[in-house]
Ligand binder design. Structure first.
Ligand SMILES: Cc1cc2nc3c(=O)[nH]c(=O)nc-3n(C[C@H](O)[C@H](O)[C@H](O)COP(=O)(O)OP(=O)(O)OC[C@H]3O[C@@H](n4cnc5c(N)ncnc54)[C@H](O)[C@@H]3O)c2cc1C
Length: 380
């Protein structure tokens, strides 16, 4: 097992770094965060660079890249903002679900348009009364002629209000079946008649945005059923390990920036006639932050490597998600402490990384849920 990056991976990382420097200057990222705006032009540039293509199989115009390459892209795009980078993560998750489970007809219809940047994807499982207990969802779909008709409400749906977005929605299709066995996945255009999306006001993650969605008899054609009816929960659970590795990579990018910014500040800021980084208490905080970051990097690389090798990786994916998300919370919190009162102003990016990090231990399965999954994997 060798996690040293190959020459191609080093070139890929440098290329994404150049992409970020050109397309995501920090002043623009601050404005997107302040205005709750997702930059459509940068999405187009991402498509031209081939990033949405990475998780799409070659048969549909994609690149079919290994996870070990994808995590490099997710991490580097999250350097300026984990929030911004979530957009590509959402598209990748949606593409992987469609590639694995959708009918040939649906794959041919949607995946080439994901590659070209003409379609974005998002994923909507959570409801007001079903969060960690996601399988207890109550949004319904009933068959009506050749269509399905959806009724209910989704909550905390990232990025679903974006231009040209299609939402993968988990709904109950058999109310009489045990809760895990009566769920199906549908692809729903976000401009479908009778569908209403409302953006929530949030602490962070304002660029991609968080929404609630109301389905009031939303009609969806049969071909937008993903895979087989009542098999949706199986598809969701099979997909979660990939989601967790992707999330870990995203968090790593943001944490790297927080640590780098804190080191730079500690070298520059002087109190009592010396840089604050020369005080042992500050230096040790930074040493802890750098150590945690390094551990997170190897855990993420290990989970991605196992995924590519087709080895079991549910435990490693949950461990990476758990550790990296909690690490991001710790390093951004320590970063806020190191920048003192200046961190509390919007002049510095640390508060943005800290605000966006707050969700990391909740979204994609909370830390408590990850610990329960890991406990099960180790035989408890
Ligand atoms: C920024 C953000 C983006 C999101 N994006 C999406 C998205 O795109 N699509 C989507 O479908 N969802 C999304 N979510 C929803 C997210 O997955 C849920 O918030 C998460 O699963 C937790 O559900 P909940 O918020 O209802 O909390 P609850 O499930 O009500 O949990 C509340 C607390 O109880 C704990 N708890 C619950 N059950 C247990 C248990 N069995 N054992 C121990 N502790 C437990 C939890 O860990 C938590 O601390 C997003 C959430 C956020 C905040």
């Amino acid at each position: 097992m060798n996690f040293e990056p190959t020459t191609e991976q080093k070139i890929l990382r440098e290329a994404v770094g150049r992409f970020v420097a050109k397309n995501c200057p920090l002043n623009d990222v601050r404005r997107w965060d302040r205005d709750g705006e997702f930059p459509e032009a940068v999405h187009r540039a991402m498509a031209e660079a081939g990033y949405p293509a990475m998780m799409v199989p070659e048969a549909y115009g994609g690149l079919g890249s290994p996870m070990s390459d994808c995590v490099i892209v997710y991490e580097e795009l999250a350097r300026p903002s984990v929030d911004f980078a979530t957009r590509l993560a959402l598209i990748s998750w949606g593409s992987m679900i469609l590639a694995d489970f959708a009918s040939e007809e649906l794959k041919q219809e949607i995946l080439p348009r994901v590659v070209s940047g003409d379609v974005k994807l998002s994923f909507s499982l959570t409801e007001p009364n079903s969060g960690s207990d996601a399988a207890s969802l109550q949004t319904r779909a009933r068959k009506d002629g050749d269509d399905w008709v959806l009724t209910g409400q989704k909550l905390f749906s990232s990025g679903s209000d974006a231009k040209d977005n299609m939402i993968i929605v988990a709904v109950r299709t058999d109310p009489s079946a045990p809760k895990h066995r009566g769920i199906s996945l549908f692809l729903v255009p976000n401009d479908a008649p009778n569908l209403t999306i409302r953006r929530l006001e949030t602490v962070g993650r304002k660029i991609v945005g968080l929404n609630e969605i109301f389905f009031d008899e939303v009609r969806v054609p049969q071909r937008y059923l993903i895979g087989e009816v009542n098999q949706g929960w199986k598809y969701v659970t099979r997909h979660l390990e990939r989601e967790r590795i992707t999330l870990a990579a995203n968090y790593l990018g943001s944490a790297t920036s927080a640590v780098n910014d804190a080191v730079a500040y500690a070298r520059e800021r002087e109190q009592f006639g010396q840089p604050i980084g020369s005080f042992q208490s500050i230096a040790h905080m930074l040493a802890d932050m750098a150590t945690e970051l390094e551990a997170a990097r190897w855990m993420t690389a290990m989970a991605a490597w196992r995924y590519d090798q087709k080895l079991p990786c549910a435990k490693e994916a949950s461990m990476a998600k758990l550790f990296v998300s909690e690490m991001l919370g710790r390093v951004t919190s320590m970063g806020m402490q190191i920048l003192g009162g200046h961190a509390y102003t919007t002049d510095h990016d640390m508060q943005r990384h800290w605000r966006d990090a707050r969700n990391a231990t909740v979204g994609g399965g909370t830390s408590q849920v990850q610990r329960s999954l890991i406990a099960r994997e180790i035989g408890l």
